[in-house]
Design a protein around this ligand. Sequence first.
Ligand SMILES: Cc1cc2nc3c(=O)[nH]c(=O)nc-3n(C[C@H](O)[C@H](O)[C@H](O)COP(=O)(O)OP(=O)(O)OC[C@H]3O[C@@H](n4cnc5c(N)ncnc54)[C@H](O)[C@@H]3O)c2cc1C
Length: 158
Amino acid sequence: MSLQAKSVVNALLMEAGEQKVQMVYNARIREVEFGKKYKIVCDGKSYYGTHLVIATGGRSYSDSGSSGDGYELARSFGHHLVDTYPSIVQLRTNWPYNKSLKGLKVNAAGILRLSEQDGGKVLREESGEVLFTDYGLSGPVVSNSAPWWNPICLRGGI
Ligand SMILES: Cc1cc2nc3c(=O)[nH]c(=O)nc-3n(C[C@H](O)[C@H](O)[C@H](O)COP(=O)(O)OP(=O)(O)OC[C@H]3O[C@@H](n4cnc5c(N)ncnc54)[C@H](O)[C@@H]3O)c2cc1C
């Protein structure tokens, strides 16, 4: 085992070569239609196949070419999608003491709990490093628990 990600790519390319798979590069998939076969519509050209794997990435970093097209393509032929949220992100706060604590790093236990009027349930407990920044909080405790607090923030709950 090489422990190199490239080895996986090489193995796939080798098998694809043996199976005489046609590779198409630098083509943006615009549309997918599903009839007897999948019809994949690129810029000015169509391709057909019996199976389709969507591997277009997420939408967190559109400069890499992954702008979330895959979600719309999957939705266009009937897949149900769950809501997506940014994860592994920092927390912006409007606390007045952000600037004075900026740069401070502490080991802490973070508990994410709903407010009393929302039932007070503990959603997540995380311990490790918390970093105070001039805009709020960062560090593993904050970013690791982001998938729990971020959906609530985006719904206006925190
Ligand atoms: C800033 C940043 C840092 C990261 N750091 C790490 C790290 O240190 N370690 C780690 O393990 N992970 C890291 N990740 C996560 C990692 O990059 C992703 O989990 C991984 O790249 C996802 O692979 P993927 O093949 O699913 O999608 P991607 O790598 O996004 O590949 C999808 C491909 O599909 C193509 N595509 C999209 N739409 C279409 C279309 N309509 N037609 C044709 N092609 C299309 C895109 O151009 C792209 O080439 C990081 C991510 C970000 C944004």
